[in-house]
Design a binder for this molecule. Structure first.
Ligand SMILES: [Mg+2]
Length: 190
């Protein structure tokens, strides 16, 4: 089978990591519960920033957000490695900008994610992921963003949504609360 994975906020807990970095950088101790309450992908609002300021802070913080010690969601690495061992093909499809593609690949490889050179796609916008996902004939695709999964509703790919506070209204994909559940979940799926 072909399995595709988004990276940020699907395999990696990137936004929470960024939220913690913002607390240090801005020296504002916004409680973490504010993070879990967010109903949008952007994280700047609890820090009192406008969308413009938030966008700029995200852009100027990318280096530390991407390449410091961003945590992997519990069970994510083990699950991807297990699928690989079972003989499945693993693909990564991320909207991270092109200039961060190769470094991201290296960062993930160093953390033991199984990556083949031809199986790693980056630099497309969210709405452009559909082209690659369809070309790859993925059997399963996991992402955190409803905007991405919505573009795939007519495809044959089984869609899984990594549960996040901002995607709770999206009901058209199978919700993955915990990576440790995937193995069991797959037994119940076509
Ligand atoms: Mg994502």
């Amino acid at each position: 089978m072909n399995f595709g994975f988004d990276i940020d906020d699907t395999l990696l807990n990137l936004r929470e990591h960024a939220f913690n970095l913002y607390r240090e950088k801005l020296n504002k101790h916004v409680p973490i519960k504010e993070f879990y309450r967010l109903t949008r992908v952007e994280i700047h609002e609890p820090f009192g920033l406008t969308d413009k300021e938030g966008k700029e802070l995200w852009r100027s913080s990318l280096e530390s957000i991407y390449y410091t010690d961003c945590p992997i969601f519990p069970g994510a690495l083990e699950t991807v490695k297990w699928l690989k061992r079972e003989g499945h093909d693993i693909y990564y499809i991320t909207a991270r900008p092109s200039q961060h593609g190769e470094r991201t690949k290296k960062w993930l490889s160093e953390r033991d994610f199984p990556i083949d050179d031809g199986n790693f796609y980056y630099g497309m916008k969210d709405h452009e992921k559909i082209t690659i996902i369809n070309e790859l004939n993925l059997d399963y695709y996991v992402d955190d963003k409803p905007t991405v999964l919505k573009t795939l509703l007519d495809s044959d790919t089984t869609l899984l949504l990594k549960d996040q506070s901002y995607n709770r209204n999206f009901t058209e994909a199978i919700r993955l609360y915990d990576w440790y559940e995937l193995k069991e979940l797959l037994d119940t799926l076509p």
